[in-house]
Design a binder for this molecule. Structure first.
Ligand code: SF4
Length: 892
C-alpha cells in the first residue's frame, strides 16, 4: 500500500518542502510540496534527486568497532557498541576529567538530535565541548545579530522577496547555493523589471545573471565598501534620523570612521569604481532593500565586522522589521537555524541563552534537573581539533559531518584524528574521508528514515515525517545519543535514565519548546500536530499564537538589548590575514558549485549531479593564465604554505585578476589531489571563531605528469575509485549518466606504471569476471590501453598514455549503453571515428540532459531568447537551476 508523507529537503538552508510517496520500503516518487510556503512545489536539481541518496551501496548498516586504526572494523550489535564506547568515554572522563571529551555535530542533524547531544554534553557530562560544523558557516552572522539586535534574530522572511524594491546581495551565490530563493528573485525581477539588483562578489557568478550592477570587489574588502555606502547615505541625507534616534544607539560613535571611508578611498581598497559604490548606496537607501549574504561575508577573519557593517545600512535607513526590506543572512545547511535555536555552538545554550550568563545557566540547569551548567564556554571547531592534536582532548564523537574534508588545513585535521584515543563517528554512510579515522561507527538513520523538525533561513519550522523504516540496524541520532547517555551514566556511577527516557522524537521537541518560553524565539505553543495541521510555522510561536501569523521581527522597533535599542558597532576595515607576497602572489577563494552538496557523501551518489562539473577545476583569469603559461584544461599545481592541490584550469574572465577559485566539495576519496582544504589555513574571526575560507595566499605552476590516463567502469562505484587512486599522484573520480552510470577516474602520474600496478588496475576493472578484451599499445609513446566488453557493450576501459581528451568519447559510448558495433576497431586507437566528437559538451541542464554545445548550436540557429531556447532544447524547463547559465550563453 502506498503512503504519502511530508518532509523537507536535507541540503541547503532554503528549507524546501517535499512530498514522498512510499510503499513502506522504498520511495516511489519525490516531488516539491505545493503547500509549503518556501518553495510552493519547486525543487532545485539537488532536491529533485534526493531520494537517490537514501539506500545507497555504502549505507552504514550496523555498528562496528576496532581498537586501533590499523585494524579492520568488526561488526557488533548495538549493546556491545554502546557499552564499549561508553566505557571508553567514561574511562577518559575518570582519568582526565570531562574536558577531555568532546562532540562535533552538524547542521544536517534534526533539531531533536541536536537537542539531545547538547543536553548530554552541557547538562550531564558537565563541560561545553560541543561545537557544530555550522561554526564554519554562519557563526559570524549569529555574532553580528547578537551585537546589533541583542539576540540571534534574523528579522526578515521570504515573503519580503516579493515586496522588495531592491536587492543587495553580497558574498552569496544563491543561483548555486540557494536555488529556490534565487528562483523567487528571478520571478520578482521578471514581474518588476524596475527592481534594482546589486551583486557584490569578486566573481561574476550565475547570480549576476539578474544583476543591474555587479561590484567585483577585491576579496576581503567588504567593510570598506559597506562603510563607503553608509558614508554616501549620510552625505546625501538618505538616512532615517528619527529611526536612528528612537531605536538605535551608537550611530554618532561610528560616524568618524564612516566618513573617513569616502567612495574614492573605498574604490582604491576594493578596486571598484567610486561611481558604482555611490550608485549601489543610492539604490539601497532610496528603495525598500532586502540584503542577502552568506559565506562570502561569514568565512573571513573580519566576518563579524562585515556583517555588522551591512546591518548598519539597514539600521541607518530604518529598514528593519518592515515589509520588503531588512538584513537576511542565508543559512548554509538545512537545519543550521535549528542548531542555533537549541544552542548547538559551544558558547551558546538553548533558546538563545549564553553560557557566560549565570541566570541563563541556572534556567537551563533547572529545566534539565541538573545542579549546574559549567561556566566556561567550550571549544570551537578549530580549537577542538587543535586540542585533539595537542592531546588535551582525547575522545571525540563526530555526528553527521565529514571534517576530514570540510575543516581548513586538512593535514592538521588528520594529525588530530590520528592522535585521538577514541574517535566515534555516527553517520549514514561508510566509508567517508572521516570514518577512516574512527574507532567506533554508529549507523545513523538517513534523512527519510526519521522524524523531527528543521528550521530554515527565515525561522520557519517544518515537521519531517518518517517515510521509511531505518535501514539495517541504523537508528535516529537522538536515539543513539540518549542510549549512549544512559550507558555513560551507568559507567560513571550515575543514573541518567529518567533524563533521557524519550520514547519518540516529539518528546524531545516538547521539552525544547518548553525551554523557549518567554524568550525571543518562544515556540512554547508549537507541536507536531499544529505543524501537521497548519503547515510550517515561523518562530516566535508562543502559547495561544494563531498559526500562519508570525513574519518579521522588530517591527515595533524594540530589540533584545537591555534598553531595547539596536546597536551600531564601530567597525574598521582590516586587510586579509595572510598577505600575498612574492612566494604566494595570488589569492584563492573557495565555494560551492551548483549540483554538489558539502563533501559529496550524498550528491556523489547521484549520477545526474556529476555531469555539471564532474571534477574540481581551478577558475583563473585569462591574464593570470597567460602570465603562468597555463592553457585551458591543463593541469595546474596550486600550492600554499600548508600543502598543494592539482586541478585542471578553467580560464574565465568571470573571476578577478589575481584571484583563483576552487570548489569546496571534493575530498581525497573523490579527488586524490583535489581537496582544497589542503591549502586553506586556520585563521579565524576573533569574535565568531569562524575560519577563513575566502582568502589563502597561493602560487601556481603547470603540472607536467609523466603520463595521463583514464579508467572507466560501468556503474557508480566511488569506493572502487578510491582504491584505484591510492598511490597515484593525482586522481579524480566522477560518476556520470542516469540509466547507465559510469565511474570515470582521471589519473596523472609522475612515475611510469610498474607491471604489478597494471595488474592491480586490471583486476579492479575486471572485478573478477571474464570479459572479452581488446588491447592497444605503443611502447615508445607510453601508450598502453585495454578495453573490456560484455554482450558487445563496453564495461571497462584502461586508457594509459596519449591524449585523455581522446578517451572521453568512450565515456559517452558507455553512458549511452549501446553496442559498440562498427566502432570496435576505433575504440583504443589514436584518432578514432568522426562520431567521437562530443556533441553535447558540459551538461548544463541536468533535468533534461542538455549540454553546452546543444545550447550553443540552438542559439546559432536562431533561438535568441530564453523562451525560444527553452522551447527548442527543453533546457530550463525542469527545476530551472540552469537558467542563469542559459542566460549567460545567450548574452555571450
Ligand atoms: Fe533543497 Fe536548497 Fe534545492 Fe530547496 S533550494 S531543493 S532546500 S537544495
Amino acid at each position: 500500500m502506498t503512503q504519502t508523507v511530508n518532509s523537507a529537503c536535507s541540503y541547503c538552508g532554503t528549507g524546501c518542502g517535499i512530498r514522498l510517496e512510499t510503499d513502506g520500503q522504498r520511495i516511489i516518487s519525490l516531488s516539491g510540496n505545493e503547500q509549503h510556503p518556501t518553495n510552493r512545489g519547486k525543487l532545485c536539481s539537488k532536491g529533485r534527486e534526493l531520494h537517490h541518496t537514501v539506500r545507497t551501496h555504502d549505507r552504514l548498516l550496523r555498528p562496528q568497532i576496532r581498537t586501533s586504526l590499523s585494524q579492520a572494523f568488526a561488526p557488533v550489535d548495538w549493546d556491545t557498541a554502546l557499552d564499549h564506547s561508553a566505557q571508553r568515554f567514561a574511562d577518559i572522563i575518570k582519568e582526565h576529567g570531562p574536558g577531555a571529551v568532546a562532540f562535533y555535530v552538524s547542521g544536517q542533524l534534526l533539531t531533536e538530535d541536536y537537542y539531545a547531544f547538547n543536553k548530554l554534553m552541557k547538562g550531564f557530562i558537565g563541560r561545553n565541548n560541543i561545537d557544530t560544523n555550522s561554526r564554519l558557516c554562519m557563526s559570524s552572522a549569529v555574532a553580528a545579530y547578537k551585537r546589533a539586535f541583542g539576540a540571534d534574530g534574523p528579522p526578515t522572511c521570504y515573503a519580503d522577496i516579493e515586496l522588495a524594491e531592491s536587492f543587495f546581495i553580497i558574498g552569496a551565490n544563491p543561483a548555486y547555493a540557494h536555488p529556490i530563493v534565487f528562483r523567487r528573485l528571478e520571478a520578482a525581477k521578471e514581474a518588476n523589471p524596475d527592481l534594482k539588483i546589486v551583486v557584490a562578489d569578486p566573481r561574476r557568478t550565475d547570480t549576476c545573471s539578474i544583476a543591474d550592477l555587479h561590484l567585483p570587489l577585491k576579496a576581503g574588502t567588504d567593510v570598506a565598501l559597506l562603510q563607503a555606502m553608509l558614508n554616501v547615505m549620510v552625505w546625501e541625507d538618505l538616512i532615517d534620523q528619527s529611526y536612528i534616534e528612537q531605536h538605535t544607539q551608537g550611530f554618532d560613535s561610528i560616524l568618524k570612521n564612516t566618513q573617513a571611508m569616502t567612495p574614492r578611498k573605498a574604490a582604491t581598497i576594493c578596486d571598484l569604481k567610486a561611481a558604482d559604490i555611490v550608485q549601489a548606496a543610492l539604490w539601497f537607501a532610496e528603495n525598500k532593500t532586502l540584503s542577502f549574504w552568506c559565506q562570502g561575508m561569514n568565512q573571513s577573519t573580519a566576518a563579524v565586522d562585515k556583517n555588522n557593517a551591512l546591518i548598519h545600512l539597514h539600521l541607518a535607513t530604518g529598514q528593519v522589521g518592515k515589509a520588503g526590506c531588512g538584513p537576511f543572512s542565508l543559512t548554509g545547511q538545512a537545519n543550521a537555524m535549528g542548531g542555533r535555536e537549541v544552542g548547538g555552538l559551544s558558547n551558546m545554550l538553548a533558546a538563545h541563552r549564553e553560557i557566560n550568563n549565570p541566570q541563563h545557566r541556572a534556567e537551563v540547569a533547572q529545566h534539565w534537573g541538573v545542579e549546574r551548567i559549567h561556566d566556561q564556554v567550550g571549544l570551537t571547531a578549530t580549537e577542538l581539533f587543535g586540542a585533539l592534536e595537542k592531546g588535551s582532548v582525547k575522545a571525540v564523537w563526530i555526528a553527521c559531518t565529514n571534517p576530514m574534508v570540510s575543516l581548513p588545513d586538512a593535514k592538521r585535521t588528520k594529525a588530530a584524528l590520528e592522535k585521538a584515543e577514541l574517535v566515534i563517528v555516527s553517520d549514514a554512510y561508510h566509508p567517508t574521508d572521516t570514518t577512516q579515522f574512527a574507532h567506533v561507527l554508529f549507523p545513523a538513520a538517513g534523512w527519510a528514515e526519521k522524524e523531527g523538525t528543521i528550521s530554515n533561513s527565515e525561522r520557519c519550522i517544518t515537521h519531517l515525517q518518517q517515510a521509511l523504516p531505518a535501514a539495517g540496524l541504523s537508528r535516529p541520532d537522538w536515539k543513539i545519543t540518549t542510549d549512549f547517555a544512559v550507558s555513560l551514566g551507568q559507567k560513571l556511577g550515575k543514573d541518567w535514565s529518567d533524563s533521557f527516557a524519550y520514547q519518540k522524537a516529539e518528546d524531545i521537541f516538547s521539552e525544547h519548546c518548553a525551554l523557549t518560553q518567554g524568550k525571543d524565539l518562544d515556540i512554547a505553543g508549537l507541536s507536531y500536530a499544529i505543524l501537521d495541521q497548519h503547515g510550517p510555522q515561523q518562530w516566535p510561536f508562543p502559547k495561544g499564537q494563531i498559526p500562519n501569523q508570525a513574519q518579521r521581527l522588530y517591527s515595533d522597533g524594540l530589540f533584545e538589548t537591555t534598553d531595547k535599542k539596536a546597536r551600531f558597532i564601530d567597525v574598521k576595515y582590516r586587510p586579509v590575514a595572510e598577505a600575498t607576497d612574492e612566494e604566494y602572489p595570488l589569492s584563492l577563494t573557495t565555494g560551492r558549485i551548483r549540483d554538489q552538496w558539502h563533501t559529496m557523501t550524498k550528491t556523489a551518489h547521484v549520477p545526474a549531479l556529476m555531469q555539471h562539473y564532474a571534477i574540481p577545476q581551478l577558475q583563473i583569469h585569462p591574464n593570470d593564465a597567460k602570465a603562468y603559461k597555463i592553457k585551458e584544461e591543463q593541469l595546474v599545481r596550486i600550492s600554499s604554505r600548508r600543502g598543494e592541490v592539482i586541478a585542471p584550469a578553467k580560464i574565465s574572465d568571470d573571476i578577478r585578476q589575481g584571484l583563483v577559485f576552487l570548489p569546496m566539495h571534493w575530498g581525497e576519496m573523490s579527488a586524490k589531489k583535489g581537496q582544497v582544504n589542503h591549502l586553506t589555513m586556520i585563521a579565524v574571526d576573533p569574535i565568531s571563531k569562524q575560519p577563513e575560507f575566502k582568502h589563502t595566499a597561493v602560487n601556481l605552476e603547470c603540472f607536467k605528469p609523466a603520463w595521463c590516463g583514464m579508467m572507466l567502469m560501468a556503474g557508480a562505484k566511488l569506493s572502487l575509485g578510491r582504491e584505484m587512486i591510492q598511490g597515484y599522484t593525482y586522481g579524480v573520480v566522477a560518476c556520470a549518466g542516469s540509466d547507465h552510470p559510469v565511474t570515470a577516474i582521471e589519473l596523472a602520474c609522475t612515475k611510469p606504471l610498474q607491471t604489478k600496478q597494471y595488474k592491480r588496475l586490471d583486476q579492479l576493472l575486471e572485478q573478477g569476471q571474464s570479459f572479452e578484451t581488446l588491447s592497444y599499445s605503443e611502447r615508445k609513446q607510453g601508450i598502453n590501453r585495454k578495453a573490456w566488453l560484455h554482450d558487445g557493450r563496453l564495461v571497462a576501459v584502461r586508457w594509459i598514455g596519449g591524449d585523455i581528451q581522446e578517451a572521453k568519447w568512450l565515456r559517452k559510448l558507455m553512458l549511452e549503453g549501446r553496442d559498440v558495433g562498427e566502432l570496435r576497431p576505433y575504440l583504443l586507437a589514436p584518432g578514432g571515428p568522426v562520431e567521437k566528437q562530443d556533441t553535447k559538451g558540459k551538461i548544463i541542464c541536468a533535468c533534461n540532459n542538455v549540454g553546452e554545445l546543444d545550447l550553443k548550436s540552438a542559439i546559432k540557429n536562431g533561438a535568441n531568447s530564453l523562451e525560444k531556447l527553452k522551447a527548442c532544447t527543453l533546457a530550463g524547463t525542469g527545476c530551472g537551476s540552469c537558467v542563469p547559465e542559459m542566460k549567460g550563453l545567450l548574452k555571450n
